[in-house]
Design a protein. Structure first.
Length: 249
């Protein structure tokens, strides 16, 4: 991945304007658009809605600044633009999406609808350039399928580096989840004790809900103190199915 990406996918003003109209997150970094009336320059995916006649295109931030424009406060075009590659795959428990950065697996989620899953991805990484690339997502999706198939999700050695984005507490929780043996469950209170924060049960529950790596970080093994399943971000039926597979394995 190069930093000065001369992406040839937007070679003409027409292609660039089309990218702006669809707020194409893959276009971020490929060029910048200046808005004469407001005096700012933006990423192509900015949520602002300028009129075509007021827009000019620049290959670089420097060119936009040289034209007297200042960076938009909404889309912050001067912040480094990170690229995430993502792709979809089918698993025994339905549709999944994996997104990887240069560091590792940044997101692995399940879902029902590709558009909704893309929205979840975009919301979690609001400043990233998102490029659909099923090949790049392949290893993570294969690991997910293998984990589900084995009935021992999470017992497999993680086949790829994780690039988890979270607070210290969240990361401690996600690590503690990976220590819950397959075939067993833990309560939120037990996880809170495991990370040395026994009173942080509510924050632990929130961290479980924010788990960015489905199944491989087995948040499905956390249940209510009374044994009730509690919720599951990707559908309680999937949680039930995962626990049943582990109990039978
Ligand atoms: Zn903007």
């Amino acid at each position: 991945m190069t930093t000065a990406d001369p992406t040839p996918a937007y070679p003409t003003d027409e292609a660039r304007w089309a990218a702006i109209e669809r707020r194409d997150r893959a276009a971020d970094g490929a060029f910048f658009c200046g808005v004469r009336t407001t005096g700012v320059y933006c990423r192509p995916s900015c949520s602002g809605r300028p009129l075509r006649k007021n827009v000019a295109f620049y290959d670089t931030r420097e060119a936009a600044r040289a034209a007297g424009l200042r960076p938009c406060l909404r889309c912050r075009p001067d912040e480094p633009i990170e690229t995430l590659s993502y792709g979809f795959g089918e698993t025994p428990l339905g549709l999944a999406l994996a997104a990887t950065s240069e560091t590792g697996l940044a997101l692995l989620i399940m879902g029902w609808d590709r558009a909704e899953m893309r929205e979840d991805l975009a919301a979690r990484f609001p400043r990233a350039r998102l490029v659909e690339d099923d090949a790049a997502a392949g290893p993570a999706l294969a690991a997910l399928v293998a984990a589900i198939d084995s009935g021992r999700p999470g017992d497999l050695t993680l086949p790829l580096a994780l690039d988890e984005r979270g607070t210290d507490l969240q990361r401690a929780v996600w690590k503690a989840l990976r220590d819950i043996p397959a075939g067993t469950t833990a309560s939120y209170a037990q996880v809170a004790r495991a990370i040395g924060r026994p009173s942080a049960v509510r924050a632990v529950a929130q961290a479980c809900g924010a788990n960015p790596v489905a199944v491989l970080t087995p948040c499905h093994r956390v249940v209510r103190s009374d044994g009730g399943l509690s919720g599951y971000r990707w559908g309680v039926e999937r949680k039930q199915a995962l626990l049943a597979r582990e109990a039978a394995a």
